[in-house]
Ligand binder design. Structure first.
Ligand code: AMP
Length: 309
């Protein structure tokens, strides 16, 4: 049982009202991989430049993440810089330096081609399909995307979505992709494009999941200290897909998880995301323990439970 993740591995420069972090480890694949590694073995496919440090590689290795698919190219690592306003809900991208990421052509090592679960991070939808062409019949394909691809390559994105089981996007992206303002109508339209399960992320307001059985809502875990929301969405995805992969067990399990398992996965994703935002970069996730995860998952259950059984 393993998960293949393909996406950005980055250096991030982040400014929040509480401080600034310069060129720290980031990228969608990084957050996803570390979160998912608490549940099942993770195979990472991405690209970094010559400047990518041994300390960052050691952080991945420390979580048991397989790095055979992490290519090193001549040039600099992808660099993203963001700045958050005081309420941490809105952020401005100060700069995006693609560097080696501009030339990223995912090559899936032979050892990864039988990964049962695949997470397609936010990259060109054409590349996302090329990844799927290189893997043998995965049991579950989850996918992220962003406004840039919804606007720039809508046709290609729709072709990719035909092959996706779970799509994770934010509410603005769901509206943009469907052309529907109402989120329930948007969900119906998006699920008709292919994904049986749609997760709509709403930042500090939590997530909504739409499946064939209906919908499910989970709040964000109420924290006293929110330090840096960067990567919360990818961390959610890592906890969600990681939990699903571990819960599906051996290969005879049903091809698509049932609603109860999906709901637990949403709460597990929210649990992991709540740790991510407590510190800059992957700092909190890298010193997290399984005991802490299980304890907060339990508190989550209490948070949302309102009737005695
Ligand atoms: P999130 O906060 O979940 O949107 O994820 C933030 C992460 O996405 C940061 O660590 C960035 O390095 C990465 N990122 C930002 N812009 C892009 C992009 N255009 N393509 C891929 N990854 C990006």
């Amino acid at each position: 049982m393993s998960i293949l993740v393909v996406g950005s591995v980055a250096y991030d420069t982040v400014e929040t009202p509480f401080g600034r972090a310069e060129r720290v480890l980031g990228g969608s694949a990084s957050f996803f991989a570390v979160a998912a590694s608490f549940f099942v073995p993770v195979n990472l496919v991405g690209v970094v430049g010559r400047d990518f440090g041994e300390k960052q590689l050691a952080a991945f290795r420390g979580r048991g993440i397989d790095l055979e698919g992490l290519e090193r190219m001549d040039g600099e690592t992808f660099h993203w810089q963001g700045k958050y306003s005081y309420d941490l809900n809105s952020r401005e991208t100060v700069c995006t330096e693609l560097n080696v990421f501009e030339f990223f052509k995912p090559k899936i090592p032979v050892r990864y081609q039988q990964s049962e679960h695949v997470f397609l991070g936010n990259i060109d939808p054409v590349l996302q399909r090329e990844v799927l062409d290189q893997v043998e019949r995965p049991r579950l394909v989850a996918c992220d995307t962003m406004n840039f691809w919804i606007e720039g390559k809508p046709g290609e994105l729709k072709r990719t979505l035909e092959r996706v089981d779970v799509l994770l996007i934010n509410d603005a992206e769901a509206r943009q992709l469907s052309g529907e303002w109402n989120i329930v109508k948007a969900a119906r339209a998006i699920r008709a494009l292919g994904p049986r399960t749609l997760i709509v992320k709403k930042g500090e307001h939590g997530v909504l999941m739409f499946t064939e059985d209906g919908s499910f809502a989970a709040p964000a875990y109420p924290l006293e200290e929110v330090f840096d929301p960067t990567g919360a969405g990818d961390t959610f995805a890592g906890g969600f897909v990681g939990y699903l992969a571990s819960a599906l067990g051996p290969t005879e399990a049903p091809p698509h998880p049932d609603d109860v398992v999906l709901r637990r996965a949403v709460v597990m994703g929210s649990t992991l995301a709540s740790f991510c935002v407590e510190a800059f970069s992957l700092d909190r996730l890298l010193r997290l323990t399984r005991t802490e995860i299980d304890e907060r998952y339990r508190l989550f259950k209490r948070l949302t439970h309102f009737e005695s059984v």
